[in-house]
Design a protein around this ligand. Sequence first.
Ligand code: FEO
Length: 393
Amino acid sequence: MRTLAERVYEVGVQDWDRRLFDELIPLPDGTSYNAYLIKGSQKTALLDTVDPAKTELLVDHLVRVGADSIDYIISHHAEQDHSGSIPDMLLMYPDAKVVTNPKCKAMLMDHLQLEENQFIEVQDGQELSLGDKTLQFIFTPWVHWPETMSTWLKEDRILFSCDFFGSHQACSTLYVQDEAKVLEAAKRYYGEIMMPFRSSIRGNLKKLEGLDIAAIAPSHGPVYNRPSLIVDAYRDWIDEEKVKNHVIMAYVSMHDSTRKMTEYFVDALMDRGVGVKQFNLTGADIGELVIDLVDAATVVIGSPTVLVGPHPSALYCAALVNVLRPKTKHLGIIGSFGWGSKMVDQIIGMLSTLKAEVFEPVLAKGLPNEQAYSELDALAEKIAEKHKALGLM
Ligand code: FEO
């Protein structure tokens, strides 16, 4: 059995086969739904459950760890990948109470149709004794729902942070082995769901400053036994001023005009020492694009014109950027049209949350001509100047 400390067990489930979350987010490495069992000298607590599709494995793990009784089911977050098995847990352990904050309780009553008398409500900072082990609840809201909270196990100095600091990956090791790989997965996860709430995350990180944390045990991915790895990364990701000399060039092309412009432009950036990654929106892993969105200084969207407006794939990209609200400093639009276009206005209209300087767009009528290539050179030059001015190169 996977043990974090004396009588502290990981009893969750690795979901190796899952490839999509929320029918939206790609999961190239699957995911895990971590749940933890803490046996105190007097009481036993289960911290979170698993996705309802995997309840059977959770039950199996609880039997194997000898969880004859559970007094408390701590619910950090009402989303069903962690709460979905609570109804089955309450059937298996009918004396157990669900311990959570008032917001989460209300959401669990809505999502799982639990009854009021099945809960114990706790407040921020409140403690719950299991005998020789003490749980302290720390409200860490908006990672990524308003009710999210964490639990601090005082005696063993373990922070159970639920989605906060998590990473979508199934893996056989309890603790982080390959730090670079975990950081990339955690960055992808942060970008996909937490980035829009980074001002709240700033407050949550501040709340954790006084804790001498030995390990961070999230609800997805491996446990961090070197907590500064992920805490320092989060500090960088939420810092509005920390952007990289990097351009996201996301494009779609129908008859090669926009593709030719994109390829020329990417070369023009490279010639000037600007980092760039080209994403063909037809088939791109959106999660890869989101990883770059976390700290790229500049985003450029390339689109042809379809029925006067942008290609729907470009609109999808703009909608994604808009909802994720990255700290991107500059925005460019390039593309093509046949006889007329409102493409630029419509893309900019989709990006109302982005606080970025918008460069003069570069549009070609049909295939790009000398003038279009010269304007692309000028745009690349402008971006290089802006990146230099930010001290990025
Ligand atoms: Fe892993 Fe927001 O649930």
